[in-house]
Design a protein around this ligand. Sequence first.
Ligand SMILES: [Zn+2]
Length: 289
Amino acid sequence: MNAWTDLGGGIFVRQSRAFRMNSVALLAREHAVLVDPGVLPSELDDIAARVRDANPAQVTLFITHAHWDHVLGRSWWPAAGVIAHDRFPADLERTMAWVHEEAETIASKHGESWPRRFESFRPTERVAGLHFRRIGPWRAVFRDAFGHSASQLSLHLPEARVLIAADMLSDIEIPMLETQPPVYRATLEALRPLFEGGAIETLVPGHGTIARGVDAAGDRFRRDLAYLETLERETRRLHAGGASLADAQARLSTVADVERHPHHPMREIHLENIQHAYKGIDAASRPHR
Ligand SMILES: [Zn+2]
């Protein structure tokens, strides 16, 4: 199977064997931008070979968020500039033990080993909020994308009408929350004008299949939003009826559209999502002192 998808205009996507994670390479002679290059050592070698062929004058990495599967490529391009969220350094520092553990596990699972130990790194450029940026010939729009990770950014390429969604809008994973659902929902709502205005013809999720066409991209958006709305509404209903967290998890374990792909079970994630929803509702329902 060819791991590469050519989206045209110098935009290439490479899918990893690990968790079907997508790396994106924007290749131009003037400047190459690599989004979340990874995951396995052999795959990073493959991306590096593709970049060498393109022979760009400059390389910049963009890391969508500080989770382990998105950060491992840094040591293949130690001299490159790195763009990441303002909160990225703190988030990465906090999770370094997890990064090392998962990096070892995934490499040995695929019979590979790391040529060097992953070292923590700091972005050369930190962005937050809504940020427009020219990187060589590439026009990029970065947006805060909280809910899955406090250091997450999405990347919109308005000219190519491509959205690189980080860990959102996947066809194989439900939203994975690290905090209460309204935070994640606000991230999606901020993208609504893009989906409804036809600004996204190609959607590249962090994991899973690329959605092609305005309708397919919009379907992803509506599906994740519907999941979050159901999660919140049903958790709120049960909480109001006096259900405990464990009750809510038991009652909502089979709520529709949790499992999206047979090889990517989401049950544990869904239970954690219920917990985030429940805790958010519970905290809001207590009187302030
Ligand atoms: Zn992630």
